[in-house]
Structure formats: structure tokens, C-alpha cells
Design a protein around this ligand. Structure first.
Ligand code: MN
Ligand code: MN
Length: 297
């Protein structure tokens, strides 16, 4: 294997095909008024049926919620407004991360916001190549989104993908942040967000999306059992309370709470646009090797 070759190319390629098919399925499945929990379960089941595993709980974020919303086990929220569908597929830890947005209320502003993020993603991919200074990718995104009179979200960014790590290494900015780091070979998610608001997100309430943060010995039997399950099944990938309630029942909520208090688990906050502007997102995973770029999704 040469230095240029990337580990898991075949897995990435397969996971990319699955992600593409799941996105098409999601576009048909998501309709206004359908409960988010039904959509999430259908999408996650589809990933498994096609031979992949969810790399994280499917994010279904509405309007001013930019990211990190996944329905809880008893969630009654229904699909509406401007909905972002952000999904991850992994095969043996090699992750594909991709997202799109849907207008569920036939609203022109929503449609333009969606177009702005899609165009920004397209422009970003056009400029992306091995060795590029990453501010240039951010600038392409920023210029495109501001040409629609919207703002890019500056404190959300694309990222490198690693084995069993959704956020590994390098960050890909959504604006010109003057970072002159050069892009190396690897697998990256590029994900512009456009908003009618100020262009920043704030941390809101807990999402119920968790990640293993630090291993510590614990005495509580149930918490120990659940922690062992998490380590075995999700490793260092995010998961959610909905998945654990399915496996262990609602008693798992107490254990999750305990593990969070012990700082063994981290509970991601929901990210909401600061001025409550609506938010759209578009995301692709790209592979960069041997001076070539390949869009995997
Ligand atoms: Mn994503
Ligand atoms: Mn991402």
C-alpha cells in the first residue's frame, strides 16, 4: 500500500452507495405531518437492510434548529417546515456523512435557502483539491450563500472522517477563516449551512444523542451492562436514548443519566440558530487521494 492510498476505500465506496440509496428513499418517505420518530426508524432500518450501520442517529432538524435533533423514544414531533435530514452510514467503522434539506410547506424562502446550501456545496466541491488552503473552500461557500442574501453558519463546519470517528482531524470552514492549512489526502465531509439569521448557532437543551467520553469503573450494575453494550456496539460513534430504550426499556434512561453525570457519556446539545433564523444544510462526503477528488454520496 502506498502512502497515498486510503484505508477502507472499498468500505467507503459501499457505504457511499448505501447512503445515496437511503437519501432517495428518505426523499420519498419524508412528508409533512409524519412523526419524526417514524421517519428516523425507517431511515435507520433502511441503512441496515442495505448492509450498512447507522454511523450516528439520523438528525431531523426543523427550521431554526440547525443540527443534532433526533427524536427521543416518546417524541411526538411531526415533520414540518424546513427539515434537514442528516444521515450517516458506516461499514466496519468507515463513515459516510451526508445531508439534504426539504421544504415541507411550499415556501419560497425555504426553497431559496435550500438552493443556497446546495449551490454552496457544489462550488465548494469544485474548488476542493489536494493541497488547497482550506480558507478557499470556506470562501467559496461564503460567497455563494451571501450571493443569495443569506448567511453561512460560521460556527458549524465540515470535517475529516476517521475510523469510528465522525469528527477527526481537520475542520472545513463554512466561511473564509484565513486558515492556510493545506488539505491532505483523506475523507472529508463538506457541509454548508445557510440561514436567514445571524449565522451562528447556540447550544440548546440536551439532544439525547450521546458519545462515549471517558471510561471509568462503575458499581451500578445496570449502568455497567449498558456501558458494555455501548462500547461493543457503538464504540466511539454517537448513539441515542431511543436506541437504548429499544434494547433495554425505559430503565436505560436512568443509567444514561447516571453515566452522563459521571462524565462517562457526553450528551450533545441541540444546536439552534442564535437569532432563530431558518437554516438549510447540504452535505457530501468526498474522498481525496492521488490528487483526485471523488464525491462518495
Ligand atoms: Mn452530517
Ligand atoms: Mn458532518
Amino acid at each position: 500500500m502506498t502512502k497515498e492510498e486510503i484505508e477502507g476505500v472499498e468500505e467507503y465506496r459501499k457505504a457511499g452507495h448505501i447512503a445515496k440509496e437511503v437519501k432517495e428513499y428518505a426523499r420519498e418517505t419524508v412528508k409533512s405531518e409524519v412523526p419524526l420518530i417514524e421517519i428516523a426508524e425507517k431511515i435507520e432500518d433502511k441503512i441496515v437492510r442495505l448492509g450498512g450501520k447507522p454511523a450516528f442517529p439520523v438528525n431531523l432538524s426543523i427550521n431554526e434548529i440547525a443540527a443534532h435533533y433526533t427524536p427521543g423514544h416518546n417524541d411526538k414531533t411531526k415533520a414540518s417546515g424546513l427539515l434537514k435530514v442528516d444521515l450517516g452510514v458506516h461499514i466496519s467503522g468507515f463513515i459516510i456523512d451526508t445531508a439534504f434539506s426539504l421544504d415541507l410547506e411550499n415556501n419560497n424562502e425555504n426553497k431559496t435557502l435550500i438552493l443556497a446550501s446546495e449551490k454552496a456545496l457544489q462550488k465548494a466541491i469544485e474548488v476542493t483539491k489536494q493541497g488547497i488552503e482550506i480558507w478557499k473552500i470556506g470562501q467559496a461557500i461564503q460567497e455563494t450563500i451571501t450571493s443569495f442574501n443569506f448567511s453561512p453558519i460560521r460556527n458549524l463546519s465540515g470535517h475529516e472522517l476517521g475510523k469510528y470517528k465522525v469528527h477527526a482531524g481537520l475542520t472545513i470552514p463554512n466561511y473564509n477563516n484565513n486558515n492556510k492549512t493545506r488539505l491532505g489526502s483523506g475523507v472529508y465531509a463538506i457541509e454548508p449551512f445557510s440561514t436567514t439569521g445571524s449565522g451562528l448557532v447556540n447550544e440548546s437543551k440536551s439532544s439525547g444523542i450521546y458519545i462515549l467520553q471517558e471510561k471509568k469503573p462503575i458499581r451500578n450494575l445496570l449502568a455497567r451492562k449498558i456501558l458494555a453494550f455501548i462500547e461493543e456496539k457503538y464504540k466511539t460513534l454517537p448513539f441515542c436514548e431511543r436506541w437504548l430504550v429499544k434494547e433495554f426499556g425505559t430503565k436505560s434512561l436512568l443509567a444514561l443519566n447516571f453515566l452522563e453525570k459521571e462524565r462517562i457519556l457526553y450528551n450533545y446539545p441541540v444546536l439552534v440558530e442564535k437569532s432563530h433564523g431558518k437554516v438549510s444544510q447540504a452535505e457530501h462526503t468526498v474522498l481525496i487521494a492521488k490528487n483526485k477528488i471523488k464525491v462518495l454520496t
